[in-house]
Ligand binder design. Structure first.
Ligand code: PNS
Length: 191
């Protein structure tokens, strides 16, 4: 167990089983792990910061050395403000490496005292990303096993009204077809 605080920053929109796997591994490695949700992301998120905070808190309730927080602006500034000594990031595949290396080196340039540590989630989550989970869920596909149940439920709650609306339109259209009067043969003009 490493002494001091480590920070695991990210968007977590939504948290996946891969994130949770990394949090569990990180909590065994560090004295304290702060999972930090970026507040000022340029992307338009699916879940509000408050929703992500709530989900992550529920998911980590049993991990006593894990705290969930949010941050704005430069991550290294926030890390310094909470006396973190380490940044934790997950690498799933070689394709993650280039972006992560660039970010780690930039963060080192900004704050040389902060080390970045990379960890791998379980290989069964190596293809799981928040973006793909959102894409699959939005298209009505199953996300069971990719995200924790709490998140699966939240996705359902968020997306169900759209499906209901969609279903209602289909029913309405079908009813409309049924009720539409068949052309009155008698009224047909003789050619
Ligand atoms: O989960 P993500 O979206 O890959 O996380 C990216 C995140 C939030 C870690 C990164 O974008 C970040 O730290 N943003 C805060 C702004 C900042 O410090 N930028 C310089 C990073 S090199």
């Amino acid at each position: 167990m490493n002494k001091g605080i480590a920070i695991y920053p990210g968007s977590f929109d939504p948290p996946t089983n891969g994130h949770l796997d990394l949090i569990q591994r990180g909590s065994k490695m560090f004295e304290e792990l702060v999972v930090a949700i970026l507040r000022n992301s340029e992307k338009s998120p699916m879940f509000s910061v408050a929703e992500r905070l709530e989900m992550l808190r529920a998911l980590t309730a049993d991990l006593k050395n894990v705290r969930i927080d949010t941050f704005n602006g430069l991550m290294v500034e926030y890390a310094k403000s909470i006396d973190a000594v380490c940044i934790l990031r997950g690498i799933r595949a070689i394709s993650d490496y280039e972006y992560e290396l660039q970010m780690a080196l930039m963060n080192r340039k900004l704050e040389p005292t902060l080390e970045t540590v990379f960890m791998m989630p379980a290989d069964k989550y190596s293809y799981v990303s928040s973006r793909l989970v959102r894409e699959v869920a939005q298209a009505g596909g199953p996300v069971k096993g990719l995200v924790p149940e709490v998140v699966e439920q939240k996705l359902r709650e968020k997306l169900d009204p759209a499906y209901k609306f969609h279903d209602a339109n289909i029913v309405e259209a079908a009813e409309g077809d049924k009720n539409r009067k068949a052309p009155d043969k008698k009224r047909k003009r003789k050619a």
